[in-house]
Write a protein that binds this ligand. Structure first.
Ligand code: DX5
Ligand code: ZN
Length: 216
């Protein structure tokens, strides 16, 4: 069964609690953390994650688009993150950072930008609980899916199969009702959906529709 992770980046920040509570059927809540350095945008920090943890039982999937992620992992783990994703491009000592995340009992994931080759994952892959492939350049919601990401999912799927472990592939950026089934066929299992969910009037219905479109 595929999983849908609505990205609150496209939600109404003035009504964040209500927006999340309207996401019935969501498997994860995707929280985009941006620092204005790794990406050209600034969003939220551990205080917001801590506040959201109190109003939802859905696991918080925290996507760190920040430089020096090791400085903030402890704070996001304490705030209640269920999954912490760091970018390979932002981590000098990726192995140490992954162990730092796991030491908190939090699931550890690594993300790659569209132009970053899969070989960056080769050594760390068996240690991971999830891989996040960016299918847009990170920084903003509502961008168009980059078509070459599809083949990258297929190639990653093969790399994962070779490890003999079950490591789900998450896709982030430009996921829609129209492309989700192709992404599932390619081997992705967890789908971040910002604009696709929050631009519609009924979030729960859209989440159900995405799941149906993905299981066809
Ligand atoms: C982009 C973020 C995404 C974004 C996805 O930098 O990592 O999570 O919210 O938004 P959509 O689904 O609208 O492309
Ligand atoms: Zn994201």
């Amino acid at each position: 069964m595929i999983q849908i992770a609505p990205s609150i980046l496209s939600a109404d920040f003035a009504r964040l609690g209500e927006e999340i509570n309207a996401c019935h059927g969501a498997d994860l809540i995707h929280v985009d953390v941006m620092d204005g350095r790794f990406v050209p945008n600034i969003t939220i920090g551990p205080l917001v994650v801590q506040a959201l943890k109190k109003i939802t039982s859905i696991p918080l999937d925290v996507h760190l688009m920040i430089v020096e992620p090791e400085k903030y992992i402890d704070a996001f783990a304490a705030a209640g993150a269920g999954i912490l994703t760091v970018h390979a491009e932002a981590a000098t000592h990726l192995h140490r950072i992954v162990q730092q995340i796991k030491a908190h009992g939090v699931q550890a994931a690594v993300s790659l930008n569209p132009a970053t080759p899969l070989t960056m994952l080769e050594e760390i892959l068996p240690e991971l609980d999830m891989v996040l492939l960016m299918s847009v350049n990170p920084g903003f919601g509502g961008q168009k899916f980059i078509p070459s990401s599809l083949d990258k999912i297929r190639r990653l799927q093969k790399m994962i199969a070779a490890t003999g472990k079950r490591i789900p592939i998450q896709v982030d950026g430009g996921v829609t009702l129209d492309n989700i089934s192709t992404l599932v066929e390619a081997g992705a299992e967890i789908f971040v959906a910002g604009n696709a969910v929050f631009s519609t009037p009924d979030y729960a219905a859209t989440i159900t529709a995405l799941k149906q479109a993905g299981s066809r």
